[in-house]
Design a protein around this ligand. Structure first.
Ligand SMILES: Nc1ncnc2c1ncn2[C@@H]1O[C@H](COP(=O)(O)OP(=O)(O)O)[C@@H](O)[C@H]1O
Ligand SMILES: [Mg+2]
Length: 429
């Protein structure tokens, strides 16, 4: 019994879907029959039996070929269905938010994660501008990022805050890429939203604790410097005075009694030498703690450091003070002094230099200090990964005052430290 066109299954053995029925008025069979009616039919009556036999053979082969092609098509269609379903699972269940946007930033489609980040249902998102979910303070960066997608690189990214009912906002990273456009399709883009709230929180915590740690280190450094200054002053004012008095007494004893007594003369001479040695040791301890010369300003202190370096190493060291009126407050002067001290110690200890040039000048509220040596140099990148506490100390001291350190050095090429330190005028104390 022949099937009626409407009873027939589709070519893959499935009943035609209702949408298919609605969209296609006539079945392929009906359309083929109509097409066949319109064609000129061959005059079968005039054919010989052999010709008819040949035609039937040909038709049989066509039929088998068609059935095979049909099978192939069905397999491809099934594979497509499977990969489409897999794609939708991946899209829907992805932990990142995916949005399809128009050129003007209207939402065309959203996956589950995006809907949850935007705190809306997927259906209600369609047609809404993404900008309406972004905090007003961050809208400029969003528009810049979205705008550049059409004028600049076809991939853009920025960090933004989305409105959030409970916490006020939520940090996200927005990555957009222009969608490959089919011919005639309106331009759009794919946006990926990743939640960065936790990461931002950790970054801020880290920054806060680093700032606290720095403040603590700065405070401890200041306490140490004050303590050193205090001990140096005590040593100078008290111990120094007593030693001087002892020395004067020894002189007096020598003058009054030593002439008649040779043994006493010898003893007093020994005493005087001992007192002189104690005075020298005390002076050296004082200047190692905090040279008194610092009380006369950074210029005198720098000159003192340079003279000390020359004496210790026996090599050349030039000091160029381009601003003889330079005045720094006590903390700043101590900072610059300690930095210069550590720089010269490093040259003496590591550089094997024959000459050091120091330049100090101030301009526009900034102090510029350059320390250059012609020594063997080093690789700053290698040193940065080690526990280089001297250079780290210089950097940390500068950070406290908003200053910077640049190290220009290469093996066998000498070293230059470039230090910039903000100094406000009228702060000298
Ligand atoms: N002027 C310099 N010339 C050559 N090498 C230097 C110089 N300054 C620093 N360095 C190198 O940098 C390293 C780190 O210096 P620093 O942080 O002061 O630590 P330390 O002096 O205790 O070794 C030194 O060990 C040395 O290798
Ligand atoms: Mg050092």
């Amino acid at each position: 019994m022949t099937q009626k066109p409407n009873d027939r299954q589709d070519s893959c053995g499935q009943p035609p879907s209702s949408t298919h029925e609605q969209s296609v008025q006539a079945s392929p069979r009906q359309r083929a029959e109509e097409h066949g009616d319109a064609m000129d039919r061959p005059a079968f009556q005039a054919w010989t039996p052999e010709e008819t036999e040949r035609l039937l053979d040909e038709l049989r082969i066509y039929r088998i070929e068609l059935a095979m092609q049909n099978e192939e098509l069905c397999r491809t269609r099934e594979a497509l269905e499977v990969s489409r379903a897999r794609f939708f699972d991946l899209y829907d269940l992805a932990p990142l938010g995916y949005l399809e946007l128009t050129e003007t930033g209207l939402i065309l489609e959203a996956n589950r994660a995006a809907a949850s980040l935007l705190e809306a249902t997927r259906d209600s998102l369609v047609g809404q501008p993404l900008s309406s979910f972004i905090l007003p303070e961050d809208q400029d960066s969003y528009y810049r990022c979205h705008g550049q997608l059409w004028t600049g690189s076809e991939r853009q990214s920025c960090e933004l805050r989305l409105r959030h009912a409970d916490t006020g906002f939520r940090w996200i990273r927005l990555e957009t890429s222009r969608r490959p456009m089919a011919k005639g399709e309106t331009p759009g883009c794919l946006a990926i939203l990743s939640d960065m709230t936790e990461q931002k929180k950790q970054e801020q915590d880290l920054l806060r604790s680093r700032t606290k740690l720095r403040a603590l280190a700065a405070y401890r450094e200041k306490v140490r410097e004050d303590e050193r200054a205090h001990i140096a002053r005590e040593l100078h004012d008290d111990l120094g005075q007593y030693l001087t008095a002892l020395r004067l007494d020894a002189n007096l004893i020598e003058m009054l009694f030593a002439k008649e007594n040779a043994e006493l003369t010898k003893r007093v001479e020994g005493m005087k030498q001992l007192i002189d040695r104690v005075i020298a040791v005390t002076r050296s301890a004082i200047s190692r703690l905090r040279p008194m010369v610092l009380d006369f300003g950074i210029l005198s202190a720098a000159e003192w450091l340079v003279a000390d370096y020359r004496k210790r190493t026996g090599t050349l060291c030039h000091l160029d003070m381009l601003d003889p009126e330079l005045e720094l407050n006590n903390d700043q002067a101590t900072t610059v002094f300690r930095i210069l001290q550590e720089s010269l110690t490093n040259v003496a200890r590591h550089a094997q230099a024959t000459c050091v040039d120091i330049r100090m000048r101030s301009a526009g509220g900034l102090l510029y200090l350059n320390v250059h040596d012609d020594g063997r140099g080093f690789d700053p990148a290698v040193v940065r990964n080690k526990n280089a506490f001297g250079l780290m100390g210089i950097r940390e001291r500068l950070i406290i005052y908003g200053g910077t350190l640049k190290i220009d050095s290469q093996p066998e090429q000498g070293t230059t430290l470039e230090i910039v330190l903000p100094i406000k005028s009228g702060q000298a104390s």
